[in-house]
Design a protein around this ligand. Structure first.
Ligand code: 2RA
Length: 325
């Protein structure tokens, strides 16, 4: 099996290499691609050193079976169809293909690819952890309405976001964010659209419905950047179709291998980015009834945005394709 990783030098790309090792992806040949600027760097995978190569159009015809991309929307727009045309299956971490009608948007714990097209999209990081938390409730009680409020870490913006936070501590002007992120919170992730929502908020709204396969759910969101390096937190206010007690909602999260329930506030037990970072699971806690709306609950949800939110989910999709071949 011949595998390419595009965007191998980025924050997500380097984690993808770790995930390829962790998930024991059985490649025979591995090629690491980047932009011209980052090409020439050396990276190690499974004890072997690879020189990162510049991705050009003719390299898409090199006979790849699978291509994993995390190199931004415009690179995916241009190169994913070229790889597809040359016979590869492409798993793409950018936002470009996610809402295309004929493209599958996959969280392996929830849905599986139809392979109508050989491009498969990896959802937005804050969406992935949120739908993972919603799915047990959707299955047990049905979901009528969701309100997300996010607290998203700077690694969601790649190395530029991390630099803005770290160098902001020494007084440097931000270069990635519209305002300083050090000692601040910014209620803007991605650009503003005409209706006043940001693109990140619209991603969470649209992708939730697409992944759960239900466009009747009312979803709204406010997305906020916070001065945390890793792991996004999402406050989910969810209205269920059916009545449920707090304990029944808590029970819905038990015994699910990819979810960790940490919910005993009296003993100080609830998840934060501190617990979730570098972990493969999604953490939930602070489950309580919202007395202002019928059948409505608060669920606090934390997940490593670079792992399950990006690199891990992408490599899990790859693994499931290989296993089910
Ligand atoms: C973010 N979800 O956190 C976005 C992109 N990874 O900025």
């Amino acid at each position: 099996m011949k595998l390419a990783i595009v965007g191998a030098t980025g924050v997500v790309g380097t984690k993808m290499l770790e995930m390829v090792e962790q998930y024991k992806i059985p490649y025979k040949e591995l090629v690491l691609f980047s932009s011209k600027r980052s090409s020439g760097k050396e990276l190690e995978v499974n004890g072997e050193t690879y020189t990162v190569q510049e991705l050009t159009e003719d390299r898409t015809k090199d006979g790849f079976d699978y291509v994993v991309m995390s190199a931004g929307g415009s690179t995916s727009e241009k190169f994913a169809p070229l790889f597809e045309e040359a016979g590869a299956i492409v798993i793409d971490n950018s936002s470009f293909w996610r809402m295309h009608e004929d493209i599958d948007l996959i969280v392996p714990e929830i849905n599986s690819p139809s392979l109508n097209r050989k491009i498969i999209a990896n959802p937005n990081c804050s969406t992935i952890q949120s739908v993972i938390a919603l799915q047990p409730l959707y299955d047990a009680f049905g979901v009528k309405r969701v309100h997300y409020a996010t607290y998203q870490s700077v690694s969601g913006s790649g190395s530029g976001g991390i630099r803005d936070l770290e160098e902001g501590a020494n007084g440097a002007e931000p270069t990635t964010y519209p305002k300083p992120i050090y000692n601040n919170v910014i209620p803007q992730i991605d650009v503003f659209l005409d209706d006043g929502y940001t693109k990140e908020e619209v991603k969470m709204i649209d992708e939730t419905k697409k992944i759960l396969g239900d466009d009747q759910i009312a979803v709204t969101a406010t997305c906020v950047r916070v001065p945390v390096i890793s792991s996004h937190s999402v406050q989910i206010n969810v209205t269920l179709d059916q009545e449920a007690t707090e304990e029944e909602v808590r029970d819905a999260f038990r015994n699910i291998p990819h979810i960790v329930l940490m919910d005993n506030p009296a003993e100080g037990v609830y998840p934060t980015p501190y617990e979730a970072t570098d972990e493969n699971e999604i953490y939930v806690g602070r489950i309580r009834k919202d007395p202002t709306l019928e059948n409505t609950f608060h669920v606090w949800c934390v997940g490593d945005n670079i792992l399950k939110g990006a690199a891990q989910n992408t490599v899990q999709i790859l693994k499931s394709l290989i296993d089910n071949k």
